[in-house]
Design a protein around this ligand. Structure first.
Ligand code: G1P
Length: 297
């Protein structure tokens, strides 16, 4: 029987330079979409997929992230006393079980592959998931859950995949397609950040992965790649070179690149409009804004 995927790695060591000066004192992952920090969306998605152990690869200056996961008995008591039970429930839903979270530091910024490798001992000899919290995916069925279900059929390694405009391919890991089966794609190669004219396709890797422990072994060996960093993409591509299966999974849902300002703002608007209590007011404001823009043109 295939092993259940119960562990997920969240690489959160990045400096967040694109969001300076905000990220001078708050980790990027604590920045909020509406009223939930980015990391909460990632945690909720992992939980929905059956993840029980949450491994954060952090770096200096990320202690606010650890504090965020602490329970807050005083706040809970105050809400209880005030009878604010909805908010209390909301707050409690973010509580993590004791012992379910582990933190490990990436001491040097050597790349995503290196960050994942830092968690090797915590992962052990099991398949595991990786979630990049910058990629926020709005979906009826959370993306990682879709992938876990597909992976139960395929085994091997699986990466979330999405078509991007050819000229944007150089910002992603890109798949070289062996067989396109629709939602599922079998892969014969992967390249990290290829130049637009050498990209093997326009099917890009998005930040959700289900990986076998062999990928950790590959990370032991591989040398630095694109941008002088140890790339996760290269360690997965090594699986293909060794004759093992790698799949791309075209997920259902909308992905927001919350590592960029424009993507973050788009996500804020989309998640705001998805909230019943905000929809009307925000929608009206946006329509007013658009009609003013049109009038000015
Ligand atoms: C990382 C991965 C890349 C992937 C991307 C998805 O790149 O290295 O393969 O396509 O995430 O968001 P980064 O955006 O950290 O440069």
């Amino acid at each position: 029987m295939k092993k259940k995927i119960t562990k997920a790695i969240f690489p959160v060591a990045g400096l967040g330079t694109r969001f300076l000066p905000a990220t001078k004192s708050i980790p990027k992952e604590i920045m909020t979409l509406v009223d939930r920090p980015l990391i909460q969306y990632a945690i909720d998605e992992a939980r929905a997929a059956g993840i029980k152990e949450f491994i954060f690869v952090t770096s200096r200056g990320k202690s606010a992230l650890e504090d965020y996961f602490d329970h807050s008995p005083e706040l809970e008591n105050t809400l209880r006393k005030k009878g604010n039970l909805d908010m209390l429930e909301e707050l409690k839903s973010t509580n993590m079980d004791s012992g379910a979270i582990a933190y490990i530091r990436q001491h040097k910024a050597l790349g995503l592959g290196h960050a994942v490798w830092c968690a090797r001992r915590l992962v052990g000899n099991e398949p595991f998931a990786v979630i990049l919290p910058d990629d926020v995916i709005a979906a009826e069925k959370p993306c990682l859950q879709q992938m876990v279900e597909a992976h139960a059929e395929t085994g091997g390694c699986m990466v979330a995949a999405m078509e991007v405009p050819q000229e944007k391919a150089s910002a992603y890991g890109v798949l070289d397609i062996k067989e396109d089966m629709g939602r599922l794609v079998s892969v014969k190669g992967m390249v990290e950040k290829p130049s637009a004219d050498t990209a093997p396709s326009n099917l890009a890797v998005i930040g959700r992965y289900i990986l076998t422990p062999k990928v950790m072994q590959n990370l032991n060996r591989i040398k630095s790649g694109s941008g002088g960093e140890i790339q996760l993409t290269d360690a997965i591509a090594e699986e293909i070179a060794q004759g093992r299966d790698v799949f791309g999974y075209r997920f259902r849902g909308q992905r927001f690149d919350c590592g960029s300002k424009a993507g973050f703002l788009q996500a804020t608007v989309a998640f705001g409009l998805a909230r019943e209590e905000l929809r009307d007011e925000l929608g009206e404001y946006l329509s007013k804004l658009m009609s003013m823009r049109h009038a000015a043109q």
